[in-house]
Structure formats: C-alpha cells, structure tokens
Design a protein around this ligand. Structure first.
Ligand code: ZN
Length: 341
C-alpha cells in the first residue's frame, strides 16, 4: 500500500506545480486531443472534453509508439506526433471551410457543447461544421459569415450559454409505437446496453423524437447497421439503429414525428427491433425518463400515468410554445409540435 500512497503524494505535488498551466486541461483542448487520438485509432471513448483514464491511455500509447517520453502528458512533442491533427492552436487563425486540425476539432467541440452541432468532432471543417458556425453566430448575435474568428470563438468559449441550459424538463417523443424490451444498462457480453430496444415488427415506421437536423444517415459498421443520427439543441443527439430502410438524409431538418426510416435488423441485431439512443455531448444517457408517454399509452390502450404530460395536454395547457421556439426553450420534442400546422 505504501508505494501507491507515495505515488499519490507525488501526483498531488505534480498537480500543484502544474497549476499555472491549467489552461492545458480546458475542455476544448482535451476534446481536440481526444479527437486527434481517435483519428489515429488510439482513443475509443467519446469526445467529451473530460480528461479521464481512456484519454491518458491514448496519450501513453502514442508516446510509446513514437518513442517519446512516456508521461501521459500531451506536451509540444506529443502534439507534434499527432501530425496535422495536433496543430494549429485554437485562436491562431480564422477557421473556415476546408481547414482541418486541432483548432477545428476544438471548435467543433465548443459548437457541440452549445447545442449547434455539427454532431462530431473529427477535426475536418466541412459543410456541416460551417452550418453549425452559422447557427452559433446567429444565436450569439454576431456577424454571420460561417468563419470562426476570434469573436465567434470567444462567444463559444464562455462556457455553456443560456441556450445550453435547460429551463425546464427535456422530453422526446417515442420513435415508434410499441413497448420497451431491453432498457438502458442491460447487460451485454462485453458492455452494457447504451439505449432502449423497441421490439416492433419489421417495417414499422420510425419517427424523429424531436426537432433537429439529421447528421448521419447511412450504414454503420460498428454494429448499428442502417443508422440515422439527429442533432437536437442543448447538446442532445438521438440515434435510430438496425433500420431496414433509411428515408432521411444528412442535413434534413426534422420535427417530432418526421419519418426517418423503417424498422429492420441490419448490423449486429438478432431480430427486427429499433435500438434507440439519446446522447448528450456524445455520451449515452438513459432515454426512458426523457420519453413522453403518449405513443406507448395509445399502443396499450392504457391512459398515461398521472402526472406524465402528453404533447396534447401540454399544448392545451400553460406550456403552449410560441410558433418560434424561445431561445432556451427545452421541450425538444414539442418545439413546433404545438404550433398550428
Ligand atoms: Zn439495443
């Protein structure tokens, strides 16, 4: 036990000595590092800006591979070993479409954190990142040109904005009409279940769980099969996996209930069902408490449980949303649901 304690004390000293360099551990920098490591297949976690053991393990692996001092700290030499993914620093240039690198990944993380998309931080500034910059500039009330200069970066750096803070409960619509079989956290052979499974028949129509933009629509080789991912505000994404057919496309703007595909059994699936995930800042969370009960209640013929709001009840009641969602309004599923159609 003693050596472990000694190492702990040393680590504490190191942390204290390193205190002035704390900016190095800012979430955007950690996210850029995670993105770069991910690009080199050295990091399998989420780009969440949190420096945890997986991130450190990735740095150690890189340092070992490149015969650098193996200390787990992403200093200048380690950054250089990341190639184009390790430079330039955020703020050193106005970032625009066609750029790639460390600053692009950091920017993508900041955009994502503020709920503007683009859905992933891969260090490559494409059309979806540009669209996210435009959304962020509009929200911040700065000049809208799709180029992330100092003003735009500063507006994103201030931390989660008002628009990023839910002012009330966040809710999603059920993507299909049916019960839930396997819940979040159910045991699997080598991991726990990251979403909900709806065992509904092949060909069942799948609807978007709320207002957002499709950021992925295609085949995923990681086991999801035919997959649609929708970016919502406030840093949320919803995932619809194993589809037989995809009817949405990248860039499509959807509202709650928009058809995005049909249930199938593609990818790592043992039979027709919809695998549904909700992620916040790319980290899966339990969707069950966030789901409205309407569809399930209708399917079973039962009335919704007391105290569970349904869209119809909400639209009739005091929560009625204006035609245009207020900034900070958090009822993702309903944003335009209550508006006259
Ligand atoms: Zn599943």
């Amino acid at each position: 036990m003693r050596p472990v304690r000694a190492i702990g004390a040393l680590a504490l000293v190191a942390i204290l000595l390193a205190a002035p360099a704390r900016a190095d551990a800012s979430p955007a920098r950690v996210a850029a590092l995670q993105s770069a490591l991910q690009g080199l297949h050295l990091y399998r976690g989420y780009v969440d800006g949190i420096a945890g053991p997986l991130t450190r393990r990735g740095v150690l692996a890189l340092q070992r591979r490149r015969h650098l001092a193996v200390d787990g700290v992403a200093g200048p030499r380690t950054r250089r070993a990341l190639g184009w993914r390790g430079r330039p620093g955020l703020g050193s240039r106005a970032i625009r479409q066609g750029n790639r690198g460390w600053d692009v990944a950091a920017l993508q993380f900041l955009l994502q954190r503020a709920g503007h998309g683009p859905g992933r931080a891969d260090g490559v500034f494409g059309p979806l990142t540009r669209a996210a910059v435009v959304r962020a500039q509009r929200a911040a009330g700065v000049a809208v040109d799709g180029v992330a200069g100092p003003v735009t970066i500063r507006s994103l750096r201030g931390g989660p904005s008002a628009a990023d803070t839910p002012t009330g409960p966040v809710r999603f619509l059920r993507p299909v009409d049916g019960p839930i079989a396997d819940g979040f956290g159910a045991p699997r052979s080598d991991h726990t279940h990251q979403g909900l499974d709806f065992p509904v028949p092949y060909g069942t129509r799948v609807g978007a769980a709320g207002v957002g933009t499709t950021i992925f629509a295609g085949y995923n080789y990681g086991g999801f099969g035919n997959l649609v991912v929708i970016q919502h505000r406030l840093g949320f994404t919803t995932w619809y996996a194993h589809l037989s057919t995809i009817t949405s496309w990248v860039g499509e703007e959807v509202v709650g209930g928009t058809r995005i595909g049909y249930v199938g059994s593609t990818g790592a699936s043992t039979g027709p069902h919809l695998h549904f995930e909700v992620r916040r800042y790319d980290t899966p969370i339990d969707p069950a408490p966030l789901l409205l009960s309407t569809v399930a209640a209708r399917a079973s013929g039962a009335r919704p449980a007391t105290g569970v709001a349904t869209p119809a009840a909400e639209c009739a009641g005091k929560h009625r949303e204006p035609r245009q969602p207020r900034p900070g309004a958090d009822w993702i599923a309903r944003e335009r649901l209550c508006a006259p159609r």
